[in-house]
Design a binder for this molecule. Structure first.
Ligand SMILES: Cc1cc2nc3c(=O)[nH]c(=O)nc-3n(C[C@H](O)[C@H](O)[C@H](O)COP(=O)(O)O)c2cc1C
Length: 371
């Protein structure tokens, strides 16, 4: 019987399904719900020391649907990090530790470019007993205007420096959450891991413009007639996330063996999760999927992942983590492999049985049988 239990960076998880930072981990009430439903861990909504600077607008989501089935396939948000006071968060994190002693809470944190601020947030949050940190270097909207989030993640030197500050103060594992809004996510992974992070999380949302209303001529989501580009998530981003997780996993395989990847982006089923793990994910995070389907979707995800493992006789997550990375190569190699395969097939097909001799190819067929 396969098991979903896994240990990542020393953190023991009952299963690899983690609530991704966002509304599904935005207060103690919903975090408790996630544990009750069987999630392996929760990354909380990103917090900062001074929530008074965080002012959200509404509407802040825009969701494209398929024409026929009306299924939501993408999700733009212009939501900021948590607007709840830091002191309230500290109380709730302590309370969660008492109520769910085995519940794994990863604190997503973000600060401005200040060593003191980062050290302070790390020390005060880890005193509550969280299992790890996820550093948000990737929120693509609103926060970059304050040089936070993706503004840091898009500068590998600054991101590396902040990671070193955090590592100097953290007593628990640290994951850097990378932005996909860069030319090379591999370079971002390398910067964070060189700085000492235990792992990387990828991806955060992809900067987007959802669309323009052809009647009003206003782009969406419209707030008092105006908008800003937002972050795109949900199933539409999954192929991009798969590629980026693969890129991060290759950096780890080649340069930082033993470090981890928390895979994120459009995961809505156990089959999606299996693919991310095959490309190197140690864990999988789900954010928008929970907003669409509710917390109990984790049960079906677990069943599907177990069925996949059972089918392939994999006993543990480690048995298939990164297993499909070996099938990536260069285009030139694809061309070489295909021409070799075609030649081999042709040679084999020339004369296997006497009935295959052809009058107009007789000499070549004879040649193919000569030693
Ligand atoms: C409404 C919303 C709010 C989010 N807030 C945060 C956040 O506070 N911190 C963070 O690191 N990521 C945040 N994210 C990004 C998600 O954690 C995740 O990286 C991204 O949405 C892709 O995964 P998904 O397709 O499963 O949602 C948010 C996403 C959404 C949709």
């Amino acid at each position: 019987m396969p098991t979903l239990a896994t240990t990542v960076d020393g953190i023991k998880l009952p299963n690899p399904f983690i609530i991704g930072s966002g509304p599904p981990g935005t207060n103690a009430n919903v975090i408790g719900k996630a544990f009750d439903e069987g999630w392996g861990a929760v990354v909380i909504k990103t917090i900062s020391l001074d929530s008074s600077k965080v002012i959200n607008v509404a509407p802040r989501y825009a969701r494209p649907r398929t024409e026929k089935s009306k299924e939501i396939i993408g999700w733009q948000n212009i939501e900021l990090i948590s607007d709840r006071p830091f002191s309230v968060w500290l109380d709730e994190l302590k309370m969660l530790k008492d109520k769910y002693p085995d519940g794994v809470v990863i604190a997503s944190i973000m600060e401005e470019y200040s060593r003191d601020a980062w050290i302070e947030i790390v020390e005060r949050v880890q005193a509550t007993g969280v299992a790890g940190f996820e550093l948000n270097f990737s929120c693509p909207h609103g926060l970059p205007e304050r040089k936070m989030g993706a503004a840091m993640g898009q500068d590998n030197a600054i991101m590396g420096e902040v990671c070193r500050w955090v590592i100097s103060a953290a007593k628990v594992p640290v994951w850097a959450k990378l932005t996909p809004n860069v030319t090379s996510i591999a370079a971002g992974a390398e910067a964070a891991l060189s700085a000492g992070c235990h792992g990387v999380s990828a991806i955060n949302t992809i900067l987007c413009v959802m669309g323009v209303d052809l009647e009003t001529l206003r782009p969406e989501p419209t707030v008092e007639g105006y908008t800003v580009p937002g972050g795109y998530s949900c199933t539409a981003v999954r192929p991009i996330a798969l590629r980026m997780v693969k890129d991060c996993a290759e950096v780890i395989r080649d340069k930082f063996p033993g470090r981890s990847v928390s895979a994120i982006g459009g995961i809505e089923s156990g089959k999606d999760a299996a693919q991310f793990i095959l490309l190197g994910g140690d864990t999988v995070q789900v954010c928008t999927g929970v907003m669409k389907m509710g917390y109990d979707c984790v049960k079906q995800m677990q069943e599907e992942l177990l069925a996949f493992m059972d089918h392939h006789k994999f006993e543990t997550i480690a048995d298939f983590k990164g297993r499909s990375l070996q099938y990536f190569t260069t285009h030139a190699d694809l061309v070489r492999r295909q021409s070799e395969a075609k030649a081999a097939a042709k040679a084999k097909a020339l004369v296997a049985k006497d009935g295959q001799w052809k009058g107009d190819d007789f000499v070549r067929q004879t040649e193919s049988l000569a030693s």
